[in-house]
Design a protein around this ligand. Structure first.
Ligand code: 5GP
Length: 193
């Protein structure tokens, strides 16, 4: 999506070789007009897939998920993150995701009440890097016996491999921008699509 790529080039900041800061429009302050258009672009890709629910993860995925949900006219469920690994609550589906950015192991959880086998789920997140967060969300969808319509992320860091593994597994992954290379000196290089 050209508008997002332009914004990343103008305002994104590369930290070391692995982290892109987009706090000015996505991860802290939100450029609502841009994120609304991102939601519309996601809708254009998945509009014939019969999406009934959007699943994301707190906190940074929620804004984009809500904008997309306006187009799909469906509800957004966001998985909560918890530092505790052993919740033992039978009302919850739980999975695990290691965060390379924060170097923490997170338990991600949703209430069984809000996801069941009648749903056709679209997973949305802000970033896809190694695929830990996305795969934990896919695991929750599978535990609920729901269908997976696909996955969409704002920014895929292609050089960290998570996205290509998801594509290889046959899942429809739509990334609004895929970064193939980035560093502090040369900035960001996008994958040609
Ligand atoms: P993964 O689980 O795919 O390795 O990483 C995805 C999650 O880590 C996202 O939900 C996002 O919150 C965070 N993340 C990964 N890479 C970046 C990055 O370069 N910048 C920011 N702001 N967050 C990232």
């Amino acid at each position: 999506m050209d508008l997002l790529k332009k914004k990343i080039l103008e305002e994104g900041r590369v930290i070391g070789d692995g982290v892109l800061k987009v706090d000015g429009f996505l991860n802290h302050q939100i450029d609502v007009d841009l994120v609304y258009k991102m939601g519309e672009s996601i809708y254009e890709h998945f509009k014939y897939k019969g999406v009934t629910k959007i699943l994301t993860i707190e906190a940074s995925g929620i804004g984009l998920a809500c904008m997309a949900a306006l187009f799909f006219k469906c509800k957004v469920l966001y998985a909560k993150k918890s530092a505790t690994t052993n919740l033992g609550n039978s009302d919850l589906y739980t999975s695990h995701a290691y965060s390379f950015t924060h170097q923490t192991q997170n338990t991600v959880l949703i209430s069984k009440k809000y996801l069941d086998k009648s749903e056709n789920v679209l997973i949305i997140d802000d970033f896809l890097a190694h695929g830990e967060a996305t795969n934990a969300l896919i695991d929750l969808v599978n535990q609920a016996g729901a269908k997976l319509a696909g996955v969409s992320v704002a920014i895929e860091k292609g050089f960290q491999g998570g996205g290509d593994k998801i594509r290889e597994s046959g899942i429809d992954l739509y990334s609004l921008a895929v970064i193939d290379k980035m560093n502090e000196t040369d900035g960001v290089t996008f994958r040609k699509m």
